[in-house]
Design a binder for this molecule. Sequence first.
Ligand SMILES: NC(=O)c1ccc[n+]([C@@H]2O[C@H](COP(=O)([O-])OP(=O)(O)OC[C@H]3O[C@@H](n4cnc5c(N)ncnc54)[C@H](OP(=O)(O)O)[C@@H]3O)[C@@H](O)[C@H]2O)c1
Length: 336
Amino acid sequence: MAAHHVLLLGGSGKVAQLLTPMLLQRSWNVTSIIRNPDQVPGLQKLGENLSGKLNVLVRSIEDVKSEGQAKSLIDEVKPDYVVWSAGAGGKGAPERTFTIDRDAAIHFIRASVATPSITKFVMISFITSRLQKPAWWDQATWDTEHARTLKNLEQYYQAKVAADQVLVEESKKRKDDFAAICLRPGLLTMEPVGKVSLGKIPTSNGTSSRASVANLTALLLDAPDVKSCWLDMLDGDEDPEAAVKRCIAEGVDCAEGEPRETRKMVVFVRAATPYCPPVVVRPAVVAIPPPPPPPSAVIIQPAPIVFPVAALPLVSMVPVTGLIAAPNAVILRRIA
Ligand SMILES: NC(=O)c1ccc[n+]([C@@H]2O[C@H](COP(=O)([O-])OP(=O)(O)OC[C@H]3O[C@@H](n4cnc5c(N)ncnc54)[C@H](OP(=O)(O)O)[C@@H]3O)[C@@H](O)[C@H]2O)c1
């Protein structure tokens, strides 16, 4: 079998630099996308004395503004696996988080799905990137973690949620020949590879060693029978190889319970002021009877969703389909 060729987006990142030699050691080839030419010599050192070939390509992911541009890069590199480990990381203007973590990520997801020779896509996401409380979390854990994420990482959360949702939706366009894997660590550390918790973990409150994230990414890429899934991960007690095998054998998918019917359109709503009256979101038109064509809207006159002020911090996020009327709220993002 020919060696795999991995397109590593965000190759200069901390996780990516740990992952690169793990892939090369498997005699796979890696094309690492970085944006700063000064980093090329340092990156190239990662490939020394390893059997796979490392190609470091200087391109700015931020400049990838369409699926077509992402596809051009993919067609130039010709990988069979793609790993997304890039991120604005809070550097630069806040919009960079949307430009990179959401928009560019979505362009690469779509372009990868549209490329039949690509058979795996790994997205490095984070454990609280989800719209709803998973069944394996208790309510208090969800309330605390969700509120903390919205308070501290609002834009990052919105960007990652959007990309993770698109990964699920887009992967359905392919059959069993494509695995869309979303690996979802907690707070990243520089600890060495260690044991892990992988799959449905009852909390998001914990650390994840970057080396373990890299190791799990390599193991998932290496697993012949892995299917599309979200896998939450924290540092833990299970051998990583055994954890990957268990999750695959049990068909673990942490996307379970996410509101699939809302994935066509996710609307983020921000209360106009911290003191505004309850936000009323009316999904007046709930659209998209499957399948198109022709797409026609169906009016179902649903009851408005009312959020009492106590439950609504300055920022809230409401997944709805179709049009909304939110008189005292501002629509932040709409992702069709
Ligand atoms: N921090 C956490 O606790 C945490 C938790 C869970 C998940 N994650 C996610 O895990 C992933 C990997 O984390 P990490 O620690 O390895 O992050 P990192 O070191 O910040 O790596 C992200 C990489 O993306 C690159 N990048 C940014 N803009 C780019 C552009 N326009 N073109 C090309 N590359 C660009 C950065 O390059 P520059 O150095 O040139 O900016 C950086 O090397 C990230 O996607 C992050 O969102 C983080």
